[in-house]
Design a protein around this ligand. Structure first.
Ligand code: DQA
Length: 152
């Protein structure tokens, strides 16, 4: 039996505060609850999940670099770094695997500065505006990109 492909799910700054952080925008689900749901969905689609969060841009860049050897696909909610980080874009552009960008909120109906994403250029697709469910949609899309659907 071949090894289960791993999807690296990266979360950027302030996402550790989900549940209590501006719930009217981001919902009441905690990051731990989102992680648990992702694991269940991944298992049903014959995928494994490596789920991480950091408030540091450098951690995210390093994890993306390391993913080349360990992950089959990458899902990223870079938080505010979405709108500022060429370093994360550069790392994603060389990671050689499908990338899906996720945002809990609909970044296009908020402040103008949130409408620019540096990292979308490296993404196969973008999911935003569905709260924590966006991560589940991203895992589902990743299963199609990696061809694991039906193997779970
Ligand atoms: C976010 C949107 C960003 O603009 C914001 O800085 C975040 C969260 C989202 O998931 O909706 O931290 O990425």
């Amino acid at each position: 039996m071949s090894e289960t492909p791993t999807v690296l799910v990266l979360n950027g700054p302030n996402l550790n505060m989900l549940g209590t952080r501006e719930p009217e925008i981001y919902g009441r689900e905690t990051l731990a609850e989102i992680e648990a749901t992702c694991r269940g969905q991944a298992e049903a689609l014959a995928l494994a999940v490596d789920f991480r969060q950091s408030n540091e841009e450098a951690d995210l860049v390093t994890w993306i670099q390391e993913a080349r050897g360990t992950a089959a696909g990458l899902i990223i909610n870079a938080g505010a770094y979405t709108h500022t980080s060429i370093a994360i874009l550069d790392a994603l552009q060389m990671c050689e695997m499908p990338v899906i960008e996720v945002h809990l909120s609909n970044i296009f109906r908020r402040e103008a500065f949130r409408r620019t994403s540096y990292i979308s250029q490296a993404a196969h697709g973008v999911i935003c505006g569905f709260g924590g469910h966006g991560y589940v949609l991203a895992i589902d899309a990743m299963a199609d990109l990696l061809g694991t659907r039906g193997q779970g």
